[in-house]
Design a binder for this molecule. Structure first.
Ligand code: SF4
Ligand code: SF4
Length: 691
């Protein structure tokens, strides 16, 4: 019998194999088409823009796996597995053809020596990759990974797949030495080991391993859509369809024409959110960095995205049935299903299912997020595990159910009535500047104004932040910058309202501010609050507000670089710098505050272990500034402990909320490190007579 003829128990091998492939492909197409049909049935979201940028990102992050190498060990074995998967796809097709057309692989020049070599090398690399993954799970499992049967099954299937192919090839070459290729060193080594075996044994080894390999592939393909390793198929599209808008820009819903506010059910999710769920690799990189997971709160982004995926899977029969009803013109079927989730369940589907919000995902978890964005920037497959999804769920809780932590009501009322979350009189918004040479836009109508100083609520009302506002005014005046403030015409930018789920209030505040800014023809804005900075820079544009926005640290570092102010008074201290999430991670401003600190004579900057892209949140973002922190340990204290351990005299901050959180934590834990805003230090270091 020729080694390429696969006869089993009298059934012609080709027929058996053909039937096997046919049913396996049929099952695969069925499973995957259900997953795709579900995406098509969910809320639309346009992700086919900026195709060139999408292709570039896909090459960078899917094929070159750039983010994976932040963990060198995991990056190394993943690149072995990923590239091996790509290389062996060709081999898989060749083997399937061989099964259907026996002798195909023996035809001369079929694969080519170079492919044979590449395949051989990558099969060995995949086995090394599997061994590395197994060793890590068995002996040095990081906390971010959970031990799951699914992972072991997948690793076993991959190892079996590769081993069976190598052994079958080794047996084939031992049986037919003329078929040996010097371009397949691993196969040659194996064939050497088999050299003394009888021809019948070699034939049996070859055929058995050939079948094991092929059956493994067919099983693997059908297991994937039900496994966390579905990401093998979805990671590339998920990266291609990544969010390209600024990270700090949330979606702006049309509130006038919305049938529901936010997300409470699977049916409300966008298809991209469901694709995120399909794609989670459960690597836990998001868990490792999340301040709420680190402080034992009921939000773990890895668990969150896993629960979202489970909810999507559970809802699939009903959503598909409803979509089919719609397709058949039965609009009421979908309406019914959307309303109570129990309608038109197909036979076998559960009639009842849990709500997404309050069922799969607890409200405590939804309110815990600080929107620091660390999970998003950590995810190797560009899932947004929490922020955008959580804000949508908060919108549902606030706008539809009016269910939210009661202390938020005070902040909402303050913003509604006085334009600031403290609820202090709007008329006193500019009192901090009464004794300073500051003009308002209204006063300066005729004068040329270079830049608008957006003071923000904290900069206007909070004692420490008011001192920073004064520092910036003195610096701008010393540098001869013509600027003005809005004074009592300024109102809260709306960031906190939006991130606490009150999209109505956000849009009211934002539109009011945009009208004021556009009315004065403002082009350039400087602000020292990263939340105002992100919001005006990134979130006003969809509502008609387009401005060049600088953070105070960016403008001041520029003034220093241009020699318009000089740092001449020494401050002899060591200092670290705490990166505000909405300045650094969201907007990439890392260097400007550091440049200021480094320009001050006597001041020695010492980086924190977690800094820049890896900086830990202070706990105030996402509206958490206005909520009590009752669960787990306190995030600001966790951060302050890290800062204190660095042993510097001071810590620099560039955000009024960070200043409050770090300052409170310092008092609470009795740390000696003193927080300063970098602009306060710049003001102190300026030549005194220049002020
Ligand atoms: S945004 Fe920050 S707090 Fe929220 S889940 Fe992600 S890492 Fe955790
Ligand atoms: S969301 Fe991303 S980072 Fe988090 S576990 Fe899933 S793949 Fe890993």
């Amino acid at each position: 019998m020729l080694p390429t003829q696969h006869a089993i128990a009298g059934i012609p091998g080709t027929l058996l194999f053909g039937l096997l492939v046919f049913f396996a492909v049929l099952a695969f197409v069925y499973s995957v088409s259900r997953r795709i049909r579900l995406l098509l049935a969910l809320s639309p979201e346009w992700r086919f823009d900026r195709i060139g940028a999408r292709i570039g990102k896909t090459l960078e992050y899917a094929f070159a796996q750039k983010r994976m190498f932040r963990d060198l060990y995991a990056g190394t074995f993943h690149i072995f597995l990923f590239t091996g998967f790509l290389v062996l796809t060709v081999r898989t097709f060749a083997l399937v053809v061989e099964g259907l057309v026996p002798g195909f692989l023996l035809l001369p020049g079929r694969a080519g020596d170079s492919y044979t070599l590449v395949k051989d090398i990558f099969e060995v690399l995949v086995l090394i990759g599997v061994a590395m993954a197994v060793a890590r799970r068995a002996f040095a499992r990081p906390k971010r990974l959970d031990l799951t049967l699914d992972a072991w099954v997948i690793l076993f299937l991959i190892a079996l797949l590769i081993s069976a192919d190598l052994v079958s090839e080794g047996a084939r070459v031992a049986l037919h030495p003329g078929a040996a290729s010097a371009w397949a060193p691993a196969v040659l080594v194996l064939s050497g080991l088999f050299a003394g075996l009888a021809a019948a044994t070699l034939q049996a080894v070859y055929e058995t391993c050939w079948w094991i390999h092929l059956v493994d592939i067919l099983f693997f393909g059908n297991y994937l859509p039900y496994s966390k390793h579905f990401h093998i198929l979805t990671a590339i599209p998920n990266i291609f369809f990544m969010k390209l808008d600024p990270m700090g820009r949330l979606g702006t819903p049309d509130l006038e024409n919305s049938e529901h506010f936010g997300v409470s059910r699977v049916e409300h999710l966008s298809w991209k959110s469901a694709l995120d769920g399909y794609t989670c690799t459960e690597c836990g990189r998001c868990r490792e960095v999340c301040p709420t997971a680190l402080t034992n709160k009921p939000l773990d982004p890895k668990v969150f995205i896993g629960q979202l995926r489970d909810a999507v899977y559970e809802a699939t029969p009903q959503v598909l049935a409803a979509a089919t009803g719609r397709g058949n013109g039965s609009a009421s079927a979908f309406a019914e299903a959307s309303a109570d989730g129990s309608a038109i369940a197909p036979p076998g589907a559960k009639a009842e299912r849990k709500e997404l919000v309050g069922g799969w995902l607890s409200e405590d978890a939804i309110w815990a997020c600080t929107t620091c964005g660390f999970c998003t920037s950590a995810c190797p497959v560009f899932i947004i595990p929490a922020v955008d999804k959580i804000i949508e769920m908060r919108r549902h809780l606030v706008l539809e159910k009016t269910e939210f932590p009661k202390e938020m009501q005070t902040a909402f009322r303050g913003m509604e009535t006085n334009g600031n979350p403290w609820g202090i009189s709007a008329a006193s918004r500019a009192d901090w500047a009464k004794d300073l040479p500051v003009v308002t836009m209204a006063d300066a109508r005729e004068a040329p104004i270079e830049v608008l100083f957006w003071v923000g609520c904290a900069g206007s009302y909070e004692d420490r932040a008011k001192r920073v506002s004064r520092s910036l005014v003195e610096i701008l005046n010393a540098a001869g910058v013509s600027f003005a403030i809005l004074g009592t015409e300024e109102t809260c930018n709306g960031d906190s309202a939006r991130r606490m789920g009150n999209e109505y209030l956000f849009q009211i505040l934002a539109r009011q501010n945009i009208e004021t800014l556009n009315g004065y023809g403002v082009k350039k804005v400087v602000t020292n609050c990263p939340h105002c900075f992100n919001c005006i820079k990134n979130e006003y544009a969809p509502l008609g507000g387009n401005y060049e926005v600088m953070h105070g640290s960016e403008l001041v570092s520029l003034l220093i670089a241009e020699g318009r102010i000089r740092m001449e008074t020494p401050i002899t201290q060591t200092i670290s710098f705490h990166d505000p999430c909405y300045l650094g991670r969201y907007n990439g401003v890392y260097d400007a505050p550091r440049r200021i600190l480094e320009s001050i004579p006597g001041l020695r900057l010492q980086e924190l272990p977690r800094s820049r892209e890896r900086g830990l949140c202070c706990g105030a973002g996402g509206g958490r500034m206005w909520m009590e922190e009752k669960l787990g340990t306190r995030i600001n204290q966790a951060r302050m402990k890290e800062i204190a351990q660095a042993g510097t005299d001071a810590v620099g901050v560039s955000c009024p909320f960070c200043m409050v959180m770090i300052g409170n934590a310092r008092d609470e834990i009795g740390a000696s490190t003193v927080p300063f805003d970098v602009l306060e230090l710049a003001r102190r270091a300026m030549k005194q007579e220049s002020c």
